[in-house]
Design a protein around this ligand. Sequence first.
Ligand SMILES: Nc1ncnc2c1ncn2[C@@H]1O[C@H](COP(=O)(O)OP(=O)(O)O)[C@@H](O)[C@H]1O
Ligand SMILES: [Mg+2]
Length: 493
Amino acid sequence: MATPAELARLRTDLSEDQTEHLQRLLGSWSLLADLAFSDLLLVAPVSSAPAGTQPQLVVLGQIRPNNRSTLISQDLVGQTMSEERWDLAAEALHTGRLIEGTIELVEFDEEVLVWNVPVRFEDEVVAVLLRVQGSIRGSASLYERTYLDVFERFCIMISESTFPFADEEVAAEETPRVGDGAIVVDEKGCVEFTTPNAVNALHRMGVFSPPDGSQFDELGVDAALVAVALSSGRPVIEEIERRPDVAVLAHCVPMLAGGTVTGALILLRDVTDLRRLDRLVLSKDAAIREVHHRVKNNLQTISALLRIQSRRTGAGDGRQALLEAERRIRSIAIVHEILSREPGDQVPFAEIVSSLVQMAEDSVVVSHPIEITVHGDLGDTTADIATPLAVALAEILQNAVEHGFVGENPAQEVGHVVLTLGNDRDKLWANISDNGCGLPDGFDIATTTSLGLSIVRDLVITQLHGAITMESGGTPQGRGTKVSLTIPLIHHL
Ligand SMILES: Nc1ncnc2c1ncn2[C@@H]1O[C@H](COP(=O)(O)OP(=O)(O)O)[C@@H](O)[C@H]1O
Ligand SMILES: [Mg+2]
């Protein structure tokens, strides 16, 4: 379905500024629907019709009240109607006056009562706001009369181009609604009317003096928002905090007539529970980070113990095995270390890579200087990919520095290991190539039984559902080894 902006662009001659004004109106009109207890429609003239055809109006937006049942069950957005049929809307559009009357709605048998409010932007009437009211009820209660009175004042502002407010922020999800609690003040900030929910919100803030008749800013709310809104003629949103942990969001909308501020509507919403949830989410995040931190500490302890043990074991296979186990545990600790610093469960893999490279460089034998370079990046990865992938890359890098450059090196040639990483949205890939001696004859990654590569194979194929290839001749000189990994991302969504 087309958005109001798309409809305006496709069907009308409205300029960008005019469209933006209407969009701002649509962004804040749920307030109006509630104040009017009515369905609202926004219509604009369709681009000049071909000669001989009727001028048309198109519905750009439709909203239903939250405090009444709707009168219009169909979705009218995008529908057009001739100006002849919606003559009152057309009259409002052309005269710039608010027109009351009855109209026949599409597929609606009964005639309904409608206010046609001209929507002015700068000097031009660009659209009409329709308040579809249905039948008039009997005597309205005080609060209904107050709401309707406020609605009328907003209608005047709409026709005078002072509502919606220029460059007001788009209403957020938590912006207070009329039903949350409303207070009406006069131009001096004197409280004229308070809804029961607003009284509750004031009580939560520790204000027990009867609000009606007193200055809002002297009630003890301790917020200057009303004074600011009244003096600037601009809406103000402020979150008022009160001990013990009470938070009330206050939205003060000034009302203007003929360019002067005549009062304001203050909407109050108790957001204490929302804020408590926010804090809970934050503390859950902190708890997860703390756990990663502790896991990392424990892994570091284990790796230190293995290192000590290896030093006490005579040179040979036993010591080698202990050192390898120590290294593997350290590569897992790296991931937890980074997760303990990151909010959320995503890890910037580049940080892991630099630690892994550091680890491989530390184990380089001095007679064979080796340079490890990294190209590209995997972006952010989740912990369930990052951990196995870090261990696999650590093994492969270790193999390159350990097996690629064996034997004599009289010329002190520098060995090169290049790690290239990429993220294609649906898969991650990593290539590790070295310009060393190449793989032993008859080597096959699929059948090798040595521990290091068996671990890599298991991690890549079974845990990450990916693929691995290893072949000699990764460099132009024909020497060297090239390892390629691809990890699909769909399995990990
Ligand atoms: N980059 C490489 N260059 C040369 N040979 C390699 C390379 N990577 C692996 N190999 C060979 O594959 C063998 C198996 O590796 P791996 O399973 O990690 O066991 P280990 O490293 O304990 O020998 C190594 O012994 C080595 O011969
Ligand atoms: Mg190895």
